[in-house]
Write a protein that binds this ligand. Structure first.
Ligand SMILES: *[C@@H]1O[C@H](CO)[C@@H](O)[C@H](O)[C@H]1NC(C)=O
Ligand SMILES: *[C@@H]1O[C@H](CO)[C@@H](O)[C@H](O)[C@H]1NC(C)=O
Ligand SMILES: *[C@@H]1O[C@H](CO)[C@@H](O)[C@H](O)[C@H]1NC(C)=O
Ligand SMILES: *[C@@H]1O[C@H](CO)[C@@H](O)[C@H](O)[C@H]1NC(C)=O
Ligand SMILES: *[C@@H]1O[C@H](CO)[C@@H](O)[C@H](O)[C@H]1NC(C)=O
Length: 337
């Protein structure tokens, strides 16, 4: 078929239009919203224009910059991950508040970043992941973090944070993972923490100086992991247990917990349990031998008594898992009389 010049022109126009549409779509990720670029350049300036941000230059699209992640469809900056640089000094810049579409913020292994977590962070209303870890950041775990209603994961581990865990974290409807390990936190656990957690919860608070008892409300939380090791907690931790619970990893070691272990039903998915260095009494439930996933079990340095269960996976655990108790006996310890 012979096509007319008019048809050819139309086809060419359609082709041109399609190409430019496609080009616009594919260059979306290379775009850079001026507001995001301005915020990033302000962050760079606030940190003293360090070498780390050498790729952050005004004449290039910010979605191409080192540490920066853009949403491919909107072209807006949704992620900022700055890590592994001991040369970065200063405080977390307030200019971060300008990255209004930010969903993931990671400041990791930046030991010379110091000062408090700034209120500017609370303006990032779409923040889902907040990781500030292995830094020199100090001051409190700010209660304004309770304004970040989209937050799912909060990791502020390995810093120099002090004070208590703010009760406002319990207001966050999507928060299911909290890691505040290795700080200098004091005070007790907010009773309603994770009361709104939409899925299995992860709580890591080891190596602080937290105290008080485990709130009764925690018995209703579906925890997959609880690590409260090396704190000053006291009282009854039996509310964390229960045969049908999702708990897989439990570390209560090096606290002052005191409760009767005999009456506890162990969650069937448990793969690791460290109860060492507490004041736990009673006996070891026979059911422990039935936990097919159990790889680690340590009840040493408590006040337990009676026969160590046998059968099942118990051969995995040596005498050091039971040492320094009141009167435990039977394999791998000396026989019971
Ligand atoms: C940190 O600074 C030192 C000395 O100026 C330099 O050799 C090193 O490459 C820098 N490290 C980074 C990650 O920029
Ligand atoms: C935040 O997320 C919501 C839902 O995902 C979206 O509608 C809104 O535009 C986002 N706001 C910003 C500032 O990115
Ligand atoms: C922990 O707190 C207790 C008081 O609650 C205090 O006596 C103790 O010195 C603190 N320990 C550390 C390592 O800060
Ligand atoms: C251990 O499992 C066996 C077989 O499933 C069952 O008969 C027994 O009652 C269980 N023991 C405990 C203490 O749960
Ligand atoms: C159990 O804990 C005690 C006390 O912390 C420790 O000495 C021992 O090595 C641990 N056993 C295992 C198997 O980890």
């Amino acid at each position: 078929m012979q096509s007319s010049p008019k048809m050819k022109t139309t086809a060419l126009l359609v082709l041109l239009l399609l190409t430019s549409l496609l080009a616009a779509a594919s260059s979306n990720k290379d775009r850079c919203h001026p507001a995001d670029k301005a915020a990033l350049l302000a962050i760079k300036a606030a940190l003293g224009n360090p070498y780390h941000f050498a790729s952050w230059t005004p004449d290039t699209p910010c979605c191409d910059w080192y540490d920066v992640d853009c949403d491919p469809s909107t072209g807006r900056v949704v992620g900022l991950s700055v890590f592994q640089d001991a040369n970065l000094t200063g405080t977390i810049p307030d200019a971060i508040a300008g990255l209004v579409h930010l969903q993931n913020l990671m400041l990791h292994h930046l030991p010379a970043i110091s000062g408090p977590i700034p209120p500017a962070i609370a303006k990032l209303s779409n923040l889902s992941l907040l990781i500030i870890s292995y830094t020199g950041v100090s001051g409190p775990v700010p209660s304004f973090l309770g304004k970040l209603t989209a937050l799912t994961l909060l990791d502020l581990s390995f810093n120099s944070l002090t004070g208590a865990i703010p009760a406002s974290l319990a207001d966050l409807p999507s928060l299911s993972s909290i890691d505040l390990s290795r700080n200098r936190l004091t005070g007790s656990l907010p009773p309603l923490l994770f009361s709104k957690a939409p899925q299995e919860a992860y709580l890591r608070l080891s190596h602080n100086n937290l105290s008080g008892t485990i709130p009764a409300e925690f018995a209703a939380v579906s925890f997959a992991e609880v690590d409260l090791s090396r704190n000053a907690f006291t009282g009854d931790a039996s509310g964390l247990f229960g045969r049908a619970k999702a708990l897989q990893h439990l570390d209560l070691s090096r606290n002052a917990f005191s409760f009767d272990l005999s009456v506890v039903e162990l969650p069937e998915q448990l793969d690791s349990v460290d109860l060492s260095h507490n004041a736990i009494y009673g006996g070891i439930p026979a059911q422990v031998a039935n936990l097919s996933n159990l790889q680690f079990f340590n009840v040493s340095y408590n006040r337990l008594c009676g026969a160590v269960p046998t059968g099942g996976n118990m051969a995995r655990f040596d005498a050091y898992c039971y040492q320094h108790n009141k009167c435990l006996c039977g394999t791998p310890l000396p026989p019971c009389n």
